[in-house]
Design a protein around this ligand. Structure first.
Ligand SMILES: Cc1ncc(COP(=O)(O)O)c(C=O)c1O
Length: 398
């Protein structure tokens, strides 16, 4: 048996012992201390730290308004509801996304119209949008896939000329920028995620940013029982017991324990992104020579948040498909993932009628593999991932 024989075919794995994880959280003593301080303060729920986190995030992404939420899913839902999208409306959205992007459109009672992505960034293809616009279309939801801003200039123009809202799912893209302007104020509403694996984390959490004060007010109200957010103060010694319910709202606020972690992480947001960028660059440098692999393309004038590093297998040059390749990687001691199984291939998605073929999405979905990528990823882990991929490509190439 040669050294090139994959562990899956009976060979010796590149890595023995602990596998390279797909992700490991980069928490510091300062993060832990910030959370402990908040626990000791006795104020655990929505309060001053959440308000401070909103203000600092708004400054960071250069957006006038920010509303902290329990998740990005909640932020997406609130954006749709606050913009008045609901029953009888259509919303154009890529199928290549996390289910929440599409589910939330269905939750408000609107119909998701699934669209294809473009090949350079795997964000929504602006050319695919106009043929899908009907008199019922109210909004476009685009996704900054893997942390790279999608074609926001073109999408904004299409939204403007068709009188549509543009909502940006920037779950992957906190800290990303296009033409020097951060993601956060390009669209009518932008939703970020602070889930554990994201660019910065609050454990679970999200943020809605926008330029319009009225929209921010509506989102705040809807996300907190239809009550003015300051009603949290009624439990403080400065507050009043009186409160008013202005509409039948939801419970989607962030709490101060999450916000304390977020504030601490925010101080390192640039450093965390630079750390991810170094890993992505090391991968691209190594993989660019490998003919059976396609590395992620960089769009010009963008700052990539590198939430994910996604390669595509050139299946014509390989003797195995993506699913066997990912199993083989796992056996080499590297934990990969897949982003995403497109929505239209899910049982829930089969209930939707496709109005146009999704050729790029279909091809990508059969070829994509997300490799481990996290801040402070040890060099040894990066080398093992590169060696494992190279070994499998040598063995499985035609
Ligand atoms: C593109 C995209 N949108 C939305 C979400 C939902 O984020 P959250 O878990 O914060 O609700 C995710 C989560 O991974 C995502 O990848």
């Amino acid at each position: 048996m040669s050294a090139n024989t994959p562990a899956l075919e009976g060979g010796t794995p590149v890595r023995t012992g602990e596998p390279v994880p797909f992700f490991r959280a980069a928490l510091t003593d300062a993060d832990v201390a910030a959370v402990v301080d908040t626990l000791r303060s006795g104020w655990l729920t929505l309060g001053p730290r959440t308000a401070q986190f909103e203000a600092e995030c708004a400054a960071f992404v250069e957006a006038p308004h920010a509303v902290a939420t329990s998740s990005c899913t909640a932020a997406l839902f609130l954006a749709l509801r606050a913009l008045g999208i609901g029953e009888g409306d259509e919303v154009i959205v890529p199928s290549l996304t996390f289910p929440a992007t599409v589910n939330t459109i269905r939750h408000v009672g609107a119909e998701p119209v699934l669209a294809d992505v473009e090949l350079a960034s795997f964000g929504l293809d602006p050319g695919e949008v106009p043929p899908l616009v009907t008199p019922r279309t109210r909004a476009i939801v685009c996704v900054d896939y893997a942390g790279q801003p999608c074609r926001l200039t073109e999408l904004r123009e299409i939204a403007r000329s068709n009188d549509l809202y543009l909502i940006e799912d920037a779950a992957h893209a906190f800290g990303a920028a296009l033409e020097g302007r951060p993601v956060g104020s390009w669209a009518h509403a932008t939703a970020f995620s602070f889930y554990a694996t994201k660019c910065i984390t609050t454990g679970e959490g999200g943020l809605l940013t926008c330029n319009d004060e009225e929209l921010a007010q509506r989102a705040r109200l809807l996300g907190f029982h239809g009550m003015q957010r300051d009603s949290w103060k009624r439990y403080s010694d400065r507050g009043s017991w009186a409160y008013e319910v202005e509409c039948a709202g939801y419970k989607f606020n962030m709490n101060d324990v999450q916000a304390a972690l977020g504030l601490s992480q925010l101080k390192r947001a640039h450093a965390l992104r630079e750390s991810r960028t170094r890993v992505a660059e090391a991968y691209s440098h190594a993989f660019r020579q490998m003919r059976a692999l396609r590395v992620p393309e960089r769009r010009p004038n963008t700052r990539h948040a590198w939430h994910l590093y996604v390669v595509q297998l050139q299946l014509e040059q390989l003797r195995v498909g993506r699913d066997r390749f990912t199993r083989a990687l796992r056996e080499e001691g590297v934990v990969p993932s897949v982003h995403f199984i497109p929505y239209h291939r899910q049982p829930a998605g089969r209930e939707l009628t496709l109005r146009r073929a999704l050729a790029h999405t279909e091809a990508f979905a059969d070829r994509c593999i997300s490799l481990p990528l996290f801040p402070q990823m040890p060099e040894r882990d990066v080398e093992d991932v590169i060696e494992a991929v190279a070994k499998l490509l040598r063995h499985y190439s035609r």
